[in-house]
Write a protein that binds this ligand. Structure first.
Ligand SMILES: NC(=O)c1ccc[n+]([C@@H]2O[C@H](COP(=O)([O-])OP(=O)(O)OC[C@H]3O[C@@H](n4cnc5c(N)ncnc54)[C@H](O)[C@@H]3O)[C@@H](O)[C@H]2O)c1
Ligand SMILES: N[C@@H](CCC(=O)N[C@@H](CSCO)C(=O)NCC(=O)O)C(=O)O
Ligand SMILES: [Zn+2]
Ligand SMILES: [Zn+2]
Length: 387
């Protein structure tokens, strides 16, 4: 089908809060610098539900959501050099222009003074935020029924049998990696691990508090275990999450609802002054404040991972920062995506961290609305769908 449009199934979000519609869409051929991928497996991340809920200021409809997936390259557009048809790949919502663009780099965040300071590649972000492709400023998806254009999402749109990505968003992985498992490395698991290893840089013997025990929080716990943290305090309102958190490496468990004083005070007392590192893995601005304020005076570092809705803002007394606590945030755990995702696949296959354990459900793709319901009810970590 090289150079030709493909008609296939996709789950289209027609509007905020509406169930997805699994319908026929036409996926245009990849243009200059683009890659068309056959998606084999996609999971659901909380951020897909966040955008579908209407809370995402960048949310556009109709769109094809999905950003935690794996697949096989079907065809490539003009000028693509870093992948080829048949390659096994993981779409990366956080793009990386290196290594295809090393020589004449026009990326604002991957060149000059910025080089190596961030994983927030700026090469395609302006286009992915608008749901369009760089080559012509248009989406590659249209509804088969009436030709309506459908926006891309996060530069990935993996809730479709075929999708088109910018080359900068495609990580090639070894072809013996199980795609039904490594699809999870496209977002939540990598984010939690990287938040610990790259953003906070937790060191051996440190104390850590993790707020929220979904996939991201559990990956933080697994990363902290691998970093040899001495205490890993797991915090969640739902105590049914504690047993699994223990299996991932948590050493203590706190339910804020069981205490009549602020949770930050409880944690400061438990740790005789505050934790060395905390992580917010929920997307709740009040919890973000608690996560900062439970950190040790002088050096404690709090990393925000959760995504909060339009209009939400964080607050604390400036004195919290004046006295040495540090507030950070992380996108995709600070990993340079195309360089590091293949290495994460290797490390997973070496048994260095968990991946399979997050898959609590598997469903056929046309049951995708059930997967959203499971996620909303807090009943699943990751639901992997086969296309
Ligand atoms: N920054 C990034 O790169 C990045 C990447 C992936 C996901 N995210 C975001 O991370 C967040 C977590 O994602 P997830 O998939 O693990 O979500 P999840 O919904 O599976 O987990 C959230 C957990 O928080 C708990 N919780 C809810 N309110 C709480 C409260 N007030 N106090 C304590 N616990 C509470 C829930 O019981 C649940 O266990 C989401 O906001 C998601 O959008 C960010
Ligand atoms: N579009 C939203 C923000 C959403 C957001 O923060 N996304 C995270 C990834 S969540 C993955 O599950 C992120 O990495 N953002 C960095 C980026 O998108 O460049 C808003 O506008 O508030
Ligand atoms: Zn995600
Ligand atoms: Zn770049």
């Amino acid at each position: 089908m090289t150079g030709q449009p493909i008609t296939c199934k996709a789950a289209v979000a027609m509007g905020a809060k509406e169930p997805l519609q699994v319908v026929d869409v036409v996926v245009g051929p990849p243009q200059k610098g683009e890659v068309r991928i056959k998606i084999t497996h996609t999971a659901l991340c909380h951020t897909d539900e966040f955008t579908l809920s209407g809370d995402d200021p960048e949310g556009l409809f109709p769109c094809i959501l999905g950003h935690e997936a794996a697949g096989i390259v079907e065809s490539v557009g003009e000028g693509v050099t870093t992948c080829k048809p048949g390659d096994h790949v993981i779409p990366c919502y956080q793009a990386e222009c290196f290594p295809s663009d090393r020589e004449k780099n026009t990326c604002p965040t991957c060149r000059g003074y910025s080089l190596g300071k961030t994983n927030l590649c700026g090469k395609v972000r302006a286009f992915t935020g608008k749901g369009i492709m760089r080559a012509d400023g248009k989406p590659r998806f249209t509804l088969k029924a009436d030709g309506t254009p459908i926006y891309h999402f996060m530069g990935t749109s993996t809730f479709a049998e075929y999708t088109v990505l910018h080359e900068e968003s495609v990580a090639v992985v070894r072809n013996d990696a199980p795609l039904d498992k490594v699809c999870l490395l496209g977002c939540g698991v990598s984010t939690g691990l990287g938040a610990v290893w790259n953003t906070a840089k937790v060191e051996e013997g440190a104390s850590v508090a993790v707020f929220g025990l979904g996939t991201v929080g559990l990956a933080v716990i697994d990363g902290a275990r691998a970093a040899k943290a001495s205490r890993i305090i797991a915090v969640d309102l739902d105590e049914s999450k504690f047993e699994r958190a223990r299996a991932f490496g948590a050493t203590e468990f706190v339910n804020p609802a069981k205490h009549d004083r602020p949770i930050q005070q409880v944690l400061v007392e438990m740790t005789n002054g505050g934790v060395d590192y905390s992580f917010e893995c929920i997307g709740n601005v009040k919890v973000m404040r608690a996560a900062l304020e439970c950190c040790a005076k002088g050096w404690g570092v709090s990393t925000i991972i959760g995504v909060a809705g339009a209009g939400q803002e964080i607050a604390t007394r400036p004195f919290q920062l004046v006295t040495g606590r540090v507030w950070k945030g992380t996108a995709f755990g600070g990993f340079q995506s195309r360089s590091m995702v293949p290495k994460l696949v290797d490390r997973y296959l070496n048994g260095e961290f968990k991946v399979d354990e997050y898959i609590t459900h598997t469903l056929a793709f046309d049951h995708i609305n059930e997967a959203f319901d499971l996620l909303r009810k807090g009943q699943c970590l990751r639901c992997v769908m086969t296309l």
